[in-house]
Design a protein around this ligand. Structure first.
Ligand code: FMN
Length: 324
């Protein structure tokens, strides 16, 4: 299958693995790239630019295919050394960056000069248009269903994707709620040039995370995610658990007066505890509604091959058959 995204990124299949904190290590990124998609290392999971440089080297030892790095510009008390991280990406010869959160404009000249393609993740049409205007190469359009930060507009992909198709000139991929060949064909039908998956890639053999996390996603249904930090305008879709219930109770009781410090116990330092130690109730961690479509733990290659076969079969048999 050839789309503007496969052509732009030099990949075989129009499938991207989104950056995931404490999940997107070199092992997962390399597995996705080796299977013909675009794997992405999560930059800020590496605690320094030097460690990111090392992770990029490790990934390159595991794959000779293109892979990317995610850099998230999210609100933070002590902002990370973004300049250092960008330098590690450029010096490491990485040719694709997925940016998320705030506007990446400040870093575009450096990245462009080094020939790096920038995919900016956006949850709204106005942010997508802004990203296009400042020179981003592609958009990852993240609908309300998505795991992680869905923004504050709450527009699901059935509306957001065709709106993006109507407004954007640069290519975009559908992100949020994508799990299988049906998702891919739907995304293409709505105007996208591919799809980005987070939660689905977490539940694969190569995802270097605790087995408890994979089992928790398999056990979950589409009803089991919650939106937290909405009063702080930093909404995150997470899997429900004891800590999340506690957090939501604080949000209800403190109302508009809530401050980040009030919920620090439920949201700070959670990812290593969950992803590495499997301590599932220790805080809020991102998970998409797509959990309801995830029932097994395939290898990344099995997953991607299955998606492509299913997508091609839907297009060539089911849809073509409907045309009589
Ligand atoms: C556990 C987890 C951690 C994530 N961490 C990040 C992150 O650090 N940076 C980022 O830009 N997106 C992050 N995301 C969002 C994903 O890159 C992707 O946009 C999202 O998962 C797509 O929705 P889906 O889960 O329905 O596939 C995370 C998602 C999950 C599930």
């Amino acid at each position: 299958m050839k789309t503007r995204i496969t052509e732009m990124l030099g990949i075989q299949h129009p499938i991207i693995q989104g950056g995931m904190h404490y999940v997107g290590f070199a092992e997962l990124a390399a597995a996705v790239s080796n299977a013909g998609g675009l794997g992405i290392i999560t930059g800020l999971t590496q605690r320094s630019p030097e460690l990111l440089a090392n992770e990029i080297r490790r990934c390159r030892e595991m794959t000779d295919k293109p892979f990317g790095v995610n850099i998230s510009f999210l609100p933070s008390v002590n902002p990370p050394d973004y300049a250092g991280y960008i330098k590690s990406i450029i010096d490491g010869g990485v040719k694709v960056v997925e940016t998320a959160g705030n506007n990446p404009q400040k870093w575009l000249p450096m990245l462009k000069e080094a020939g790096v393609k920038v995919i900016h993740k956006c949850t709204s049409i106005r942010h997508s248009l802004k990203a296009q205007a400042i020179g981003c190469d592609a958009i990852s359009v993240d609908g309300f269903e998505c795991g992680g930060h869905p923004g504050e507009d709450d527009v699901p992909n059935f509306i957001l994707l065709p709106r993006a198709a109507d407004e954007l000139e640069i290519p975009f991929v559908a992100s949020g709620g994508m799990a299988d060949g049906r998702s891919l064909v739907a995304a293409l039908a709505l105007g996208a040039d591919g799809m980005n998956m987070g939660t689905r890639f977490m539940v694969t053999k190569e995802a270097p995370i605790h087995e408890n996390v994979k089992q928790a996603v398999i056990a979950a249904t589409e009803l089991d995610t919650r939106l937290v930090m909405r009063p702080l305008r930093n909404t995150e879709r997470v899997l429900k658990n004891d800590a999340v219930e506690r957090l939501l109770e604080k949000e209800r009781s403190l109302g508009a007066n809530i401050k980040f410090e009030d919920i620090i116990e439920e949201v700070a330092g959670v990812y290593p505890r969950v992803m590495q130690h499997g301590d599932m109730d220790s805080g809020a961690w991102s998970c998409g509604m797509v959990a309801g479509l995830i029932h097994d733990i395939p290898t990344v290659k099995e997953l991607i091959d299955r998606i492509m076969l299913e997508a091609e079969t839907i297009i060539s048999k089911r849809l073509t058959g409907m045309l009589g």
